[in-house]
Design a protein around this ligand. Structure first.
Ligand code: COA
Length: 139
């Protein structure tokens, strides 16, 4: 199977939602909120996609300054194409777009938590998340 990889190839919101559903990552993303999903697609600034002919089979969608930090927000591979090396290739191609000091940072889905260590990531227990709606306590 010849999978082709593309850098910043435009995709539609529907294609994005469909892929997340087919990968199972849709269970952990607000796919019912079309505006949010559309904003995720249009405001990311580094998107590597994997294609089998014209079928979108994988995505690594990131937000980055290209020099210091790259937040890999969504990594998803279509269920029929998983464990073929596509996920690793999407991350390697993401890394290729980044400068030599730039870290890849992500929050793993619980079901994928053990995926990242063996492929080279280090775990950081000082990662913090401010959930939407939580106000910074200033006093
Ligand atoms: C997790 C995911 C992106 C991995 O991509 P992939 O193309 O299937 O995996 P790769 O081919 O790159 O890597 C294969 C290796 O990773 C392992 N692996 C794959 N998915 C894994 C998972 N969820 N947990 C632990 N290990 C996993 C495989 O066992 C294989 O190991 P091996 O090389 O020792 O045999 C993909 O399975 C996926 O989309 N899963 C559902 C959505 C998800 O959880 N995304 C991650 C959000 S943080």
């Amino acid at each position: 199977m010849a999978i082709k990889y593309k850098v910043n190839e435009p995709i539609t919101t529907d294609q994005f939602i469909d892929l997340l559903e087919r990968s199972t990552l849709g269970e952990r993303r607000p796919i019912e909120d079309y505006d949010c999903m559309a904003g995720m697609v249009s405001n990311s600034n580094l998107m590597i996609t994997a294609w089998n002919d014209d079928i979108l089979v994988g995505i690594a969608r990131s937000v980055t300054d290209f020099h210091y930090a790259c937040y890999l927000s969504d990594l998803a591979v279509h269920q029929d194409y998983q464990k073929l090396g596509i996920g690793k290739r999407l991350q390697a191609l993401t890394q290729e777009q980044l400068g030599p000091r730039c870290k890849l940072i992500l929050i793993a889905a619980p079901a994928a938590n053990s995926y990242y260590g063996p492929i080279g990531y280090s775990q950081n227990d000082r990662c913090w998340v401010l959930e939407p709606g939580t106000q910074i306590l200033t006093e």
